[in-house]
Ligand binder design. Sequence first.
Ligand SMILES: [Fe+2]
Length: 368
Amino acid sequence: MQAELDYLPRTRVLYGAGKFRDLGRLAKELGFHRSLLVADQGVRAAGYVDAAVRQLEAEGIHVYPFHGFDANPDTKMVDEGRAFARPHHVDSIVGLGGGSSMDCAKGINFVLTNGGNMKGYWGWGKATKPMLPMIGVPTTAGTGSEAQTYALISDAETHVKMACGDPQAAFRIALLDPELCLTAPAAVKATAGYDALSHAVETWVTTKRNPISLSFAMQAWRLMESSFERVVTAADDLEAMGKMLLGSHLAGMAIENSMLGATHACANPLTARYGTTHGTAIALLLAHVVRWNAAAVHGSYRELHSSLPERLEELALAAGLPRRLRDAGVEESDFAQLSEAASHQWTGRFNPRPLDAAGAREVYECAW
Ligand SMILES: [Fe+2]
């Protein structure tokens, strides 16, 4: 029986080298007058914030840049963003940077327009008042958050990652320019890129998969599997970077239509417990989850690659990512606690092989 689906494209996608220079024109087209610019420190240092401000101001748009967040935006940072934005009476938001900028932009949009705190939006469709129009400009090929209606925001107290989604949290425009991604540090390209690869692999087999998500996942995999090694070894390969960026966006569209699986369920507790970078945690686990799932997916992985776990290990090796949990500071004595936390992750519910604490423990032991 075919799984149900509900597909409504909400985001205009523009892709191409140099497209960033269209930002001002596009913002004006959408009627932006006073824009909050949510941009991480990395893109500020790269000079992209100044470039964005210049372009927007050239179209008569007032710009208020906010940088008060880090790689894992939490409820406190989102609240600070709201406090910063409120007196400026902004009518629009531009998210510029890695996945954290996209998530933070969405998070601020929720609480600024609808009030309360982020926890109140945990789940789906809880914004009752109109949200602000947004443009997303990713500068890493990674989360594909610019393709999604969910903001991933951590609870500042418990470190639990909350997925807060609403149709209104979709970016009106995703502006994909591979030139912006070339300057990211090699380590960021490696972790963000591997995360994007995992999105294609996980969405390929979830219980919610459907012909639409599978189309995105397959094309995302093809684009990224053929370019990831170039991106992490040749800093100036614009063509490879473009494939990764477009692939990561398509993988984000696949997530939007099919959710994720056990790799993300087991990775999130590592980030919460040890502060492990998301992409690093994913790289430690993905090949093991593929092996653990294999019996449940009836050969589907073979359509991606004839020996997928080995290929995934090869890609992690090429990117210099750690291979074993023991090399990444994970304590074996924490397995019980980590497994329990993994079994409660929402994303694990869509894994093709049902994931409970015992299953998560098997994954951690294989990756140890
Ligand atoms: Fe991810």
